[in-house]
Design a protein. Structure first.
Ligand SMILES: [Zn+2]
Length: 205
């Protein structure tokens, strides 16, 4: 698949990273998450605190003009309406897959499925063996990511492939919060800290 070149929009983003981050990690893509998508994710994550809920991340993939590296912009989400839910179980049924492709073709013909998100109520932010299986089977591309949200502690993180294709299920990553109009952050996850974005400062001078 060929992707369009664009400039990674660091100049209107706030970068968030986990409190504990492995500095040697080399994620395959930079993640930009719009504030609109963030709000929708949080609303869906809080809609059922007894069961895991989830859905798909929808948006675009670009190549950064500055360094030729891919980055993704998550514009919106699609809640997975037809998943089977249990206290620690979430899957994508055949019906939900069929429904997904129909919805994408009808509502978002120019957008791609960039990955998925799901909640781990009272369990923490991690990728289980089942999560890894789902991710590798349904979201095999280097630019597809998995977001896990723990609604009780207000935390979340992205699992993503590294440049060598490996997926570490113990380590999650932060993201770049993409502002709409005003430069005011709305991210409230307690396990992430804001990064002074050197690239932002330089662009503004
Ligand atoms: Zn899970």
């Amino acid at each position: 698949m060929k992707f369009r070149h664009n400039r990674a929009p660091f100049y209107r983003a706030q970068t968030w990273r986990p409190l504990e981050e492995d500095g040697r990690a080399r994620p395959a893509v930079q993640i930009f998450l719009t504030q609109r998508a963030f709000i929708r994710i949080c609303a869906h994550a809080g809609s059922n605190l007894q069961n895991e809920v989830g859905g798909w991340l929808v948006g675009k993939v670009y190549l950064n003009k500055d360094d030729e590296k891919p980055f993704i912009v998550i514009n919106t989400i699609l809640p997975a309406e037809f998943t089977l839910q249990g206290s620690a179980f979430l899957t994508f049924t055949h019906e939900s897959q069929v429904n997904l492709h129909a919805t994408m073709a009808e509502k978002y013909p120019d957008l791609l499925i960039l990955g998925w998100f799901h909640t781990h109520p009272r369990m923490g932010v991690f990728f289980s063996e089942w999560d890894r299986w789902l991710h590798e089977n349904f979201f095999p591309e280097l630019w597809q990511v998995g977001l896990v949200i723990e609604p009780f502690s207000a935390s979340g993180g992205f699992f993503q492939k590294q440049v060598d294709g490996s997926l570490d299920t113990r380590q999650y990553f932060g993201f770049n919060e993409l502002f709409h109009h005003r430069r005011r952050s709305i991210v409230h996850w307690r396990n992430l800290i804001p990064v002074e974005n050197i690239k932002n400062e330089m662009r503004q001078k």
